[in-house]
Ligand binder design. Structure first.
Ligand code: FES
Ligand code: FES
Length: 165
């Protein structure tokens, strides 16, 4: 790849500020993985189909393979590594664990970040709404049943319930 003049970006990722000089063609997903070492964000397709690269950018779930890293300059990013607080899993992570919602785990970080955004906007979703919310995230292992179950369990837990209704 022909060298282009680097651009400087500053982003806040999982509460920490980073500044780097990067190639303007660098995709956000590769910035997150290769510059920040946050490899929980996966690359499943590079063609915006699978959702494995989903992160939260400025409060909204985005597929980080569809953005250049410089587009996130000045922004705030949350990746799956930023969900755990004080050694405690986020309720959505706990829900995946409790409901056997993963097998190989490749799609899991993307699923979780998509649901993080979705449940913040819709804390009392129906099963149908959950299924629609994860339409852009592909899982080749689970058949989705337990992922949907986990999402509903997490919603209940985040509303202050036990997650078992
Ligand atoms: S790697 Fe981004 S959608 Fe598949
Ligand atoms: S658990 Fe394997 S791709 Fe979803």
């Amino acid at each position: 790849m022909e060298a282009l003049e680097k651009v400087r970006i500053t982003v806040k990722v999982n509460g920490k500020i980073y500044t780097h000089d990067i190639d303007p063609r660098l995709l956000l997903v590769h910035y997150i993985r290769d510059y920040l070492g946050l490899t929980g964000t996966h690359v499943g397709c590079d063609t915006s189909n699978c959702g494995a690269c989903t992160v939260i950018l400025n409060g909204k779930a985005v597929k980080s393979c569809t953005l250049y890293a410089f587009m996130a300059d000045g922004g705030e990013i949350l990746t799956v590594e930023g969900l755990e607080k004080d050694g405690k899993l986020h309720p959505i992570q706990e829900a995946f664990w409790e409901n056997h919602a993963l097998q190989c785990g490749f799609c899991t970080p993307g699923m979780i970040m998509t649901l993080y955004d979705f449940l913040s906007r819709n804390p009392r979703p129906t099963e149908e709404e959950v299924r629609r919310a994860i339409e852009g995230n592909l899982c080749r292992c689970t058949g989705y049943q337990n992922i949907v179950k986990a999402a509903l369990w997490a919603a209940e837990r985040m509303r202050g319930g036990g997650g078992d209704e």
